[in-house]
Design a protein around this ligand. Structure first.
Ligand SMILES: [Zn+2]
Length: 264
């Protein structure tokens, strides 16, 4: 089937073919979001990955903490956990995400394309329009509990990392190999001390504005699904979020000069 990408305001960039699969790359003319479609007709599942380029500039773990908050509700779907609830209702294997030193990856997989097409707009709303509330920051990132101890999901997660020899060694190695001008220098998961003293919800909001722009996002779809189906979802999302996309592009352009391995 020949893709009608122009109808959805996409450019065709390039393609690569092998006997058992093919890869096509497209890019939205409007938002500059990139789409990679890996056609695997024999594959029983369809997988979608939404990759955001995220470069930490300190040890507060801002990319990692934002990844957690993305799942805590969005502008059009404010209920916490609704993404996982709907995905289980649609027989998807659930959603997952990982933060790396230079990107954050959001995943979704299912056995039929109709579930993907229903869930993708909801996922996009969470990624581009997260609520980022103070209540969620306290429970999910860091707070002081009733007994006066540091607590929070991310804080506890990183507490165990700081007690593992391989994590300590890797972090020390990377900070020695790379200078402070490189994002590879920093602890992208978050140092406990920095989470306690230097992280704030405002910093996370600024990081989101800076990096979660459509031109920083690549969507990779693999399985038995046509690119047109995904392009149609993106096209409609762009129509509904025109202002957000324009504002984001401007902020990203002005901040641009400031500066895989394990799942978190
Ligand atoms: Zn985590």
């Amino acid at each position: 089937m020949v893709s009608s990408f122009a109808r959805y305001n996409f450019d065709f960039i390039q393609s690569y073919c092998e006997p058992s699969f093919s890869i096509e790359k497209f890019q939205s003319k409007k938002s500059k979001i990139k789409l990679y479609c890996i056609r695997l007709p024999e594959l029983p599942t369809i997988k979608v990955e939404l990759c955001v380029q995220t470069k930490p500039y300190d040890d507060t773990g801002v990319a990692h903490t934002l990844e957690h908050l993305i799942f805590m509700g969005s502008k059009n779907y404010p209920q916490q956990g609704i993404l996982d609830y709907i995905s289980s209702y649609l027989y998807c294997t659930g959603t997952n995400a990982s933060t790396y030193r230079d990107m954050t990856n959001y995943e979704l997989s299912t056995i039929d394309k109709y579930s993907i097409l229903k869930l993708l707009p909801i996922y996009l709303d969470h990624i581009f329009n997260p609520l980022l509330t103070n209540d969620c920051y306290l429970t999910e990132i860091h707070h002081i509990n009733n007994e006066g101890h540091d607590s929070g999901v991310v804080y506890s997660e990183m507490q165990s990392c700081e007690q593992q020899a391989d994590e300590i060694l890797e972090q020390k190695l990377m900070s020695e190999l790379w200078s402070k001008t490189s994002h590879y220098h920093y602890n992208y998961g978050g140092k406990l001390e920095s989470i306690r003293t230097s992280l704030s919800l405002d910093k996370i909001k600024s990081f989101h504005k800076m990096f979660y722009t459509p031109k920083n996002v690549a969507i990779i779809v693999s399985g038995n699904i046509e690119p047109d189906d995904i392009m149609n979802v993106i096209y409609e999302f762009e129509q509904q979020n025109e202002k957000r996309i324009t504002i984001n592009s401007t902020i990203h352009a002005s901040n641009n000069m400031q500066h895989k391995r394990k799942k978190r």
